[in-house]
Design a protein around this ligand. Structure first.
Ligand SMILES: Nc1ncnc2c1ncn2[C@@H]1O[C@H](COP(=O)(O)OP(=O)(O)OP(=O)(O)O)[C@@H](O)[C@H]1O
Length: 301
């Protein structure tokens, strides 16, 4: 049985009196692209810093590659690359020179630099000074610095932050190649749901320092939301509620929307409405977007 690449259990962290991480448990499988989602200030960066041993947790356990982070930090970090917050470079050197410095520090073969430049699409710009790079190029160089040692685990904190759609697309595409081509496992944070839908297999959603969902991204959006137009939305709401409907919302214009856990519940709802003499004008199911799910999970916050 393969150990998970990261297994973090019940992490807790306070800054002074502020409990910032309340209860976060994460599990990343080998080869996964794990999207760590949460609004600003929800605790993503802090969690990532805990996983990298940059901060000490007040509670909980972290195992990476099956080893306790507390006791095997150096070994673990040798196999881990990270980009947390702003990447730091020497702006008066070229992209290539920045990577060469990292290569020499880590004692890596020269081909690592060539390959990293290729992956992040900076081959043509490798001899430009970093101070003349665009924001997107700087972010890509930051990723190149994190992956130049070709680590087993790559941790990226909001690598697309501040980029335009083209820059985001480029980063997404390069990240998608990493598990397949290099066997890496990637933990990537974002506050953008649409980003994750196009890249991650697994998502963890954090709100106020608490993990409120972890699992397959497609499972999350698989279920349908139903929209029902009737002659009596108020009574319909009560009937839907009794029939197992959840998250029932009045949408106005005689429409209510709700979730059902199984489509076999649809005819049950319809029969009850008809039995109560309520006219049904329309009923349809719509697959949820990650955005819908996120709003439901976070209570619209
Ligand atoms: N070193 C610190 N000292 C005090 N408070 C901190 C520190 N680092 C983070 N915090 C607080 O912890 C909370 C979580 O911050 P964190 O940076 O982990 O959130 P985040 O989800 O990464 O958000 P963002 O996307 O804005 O970076 C915030 O309220 C932040 O102000």
């Amino acid at each position: 049985m393969n150990d998970p690449i990261i297994k973090a259990q019940h992490l807790a962290k306070s800054f002074g009196k502020q409990l910032v991480i309340k209860d976060v448990s994460l599990e990343l499988k080998q080869g996964d692209i794990y999207g760590f989602l949460g609004t600003n200030g929800s605790g993503k960066s802090t969690t990532m810093k805990l996983l990298l041993g940059l901060l000490k947790p007040d509670g909980g356990d972290i195992k990476i590659f099956g080893k306790e982070l507390r006791s095997y930090r150096d070994t673990i970090l040798r196999n881990t690359g990270a980009l947390i917050e702003e990447p730091s470079f020497y702006p008066n050197l070229t992209g290539n020179e920045n990577l060469q410095i990292m290569k020499d520090l880590l004692g890596l073969p020269p081909r690592n630099v060539t390959e990293a430049l290729r992956i992040v699409d900076l081959v043509d710009a490798k001899d430009k000074l970093v101070q003349n790079y665009s924001l997107g190029m700087k972010q890509r160089l930051g990723i190149a610095l994190a992956l130049v040692k070709f680590p087993k685990l790559l941790i990226l904190d909001e690598p697309t932050n501040g980029l335009d759609p083209e820059g985001m697309h480029q980063i997404r595409e390069l990240i998608k190649t990493l598990p397949k081509e290099y066997g890496m496992t990637v933990l990537i944070s974002s506050h953008l749901l649409s980003e994750m839908e196009q890249m991650a297999q697994t998502v963890g959603i954090i709100q106020n320092g608490q993990l409120i969902y972890q699992g397959n991204i497609h499972e999350l959006t698989k279920s349908q939301r139903y929209f029902l137009t009737t002659s009596d939305p108020r009574r319909s709401q009560a009937i839907v509620n009794k029939s197992g409907g959840t998250n029932i919302l009045n949408q106005g214009a005689n429409v209510i929307s709700f979730n059902l856990s199984d489509k076999l519940e649809v005819p049950v709802v319809v029969k009850r409405l008809v039995a109560e003499n309520i006219d049904i004008f329309s009923l349809y199911g719509k697959h949820k977007s990650l955005e819908d799910v996120f709003l439901e999970l976070t209570g619209g916050d």
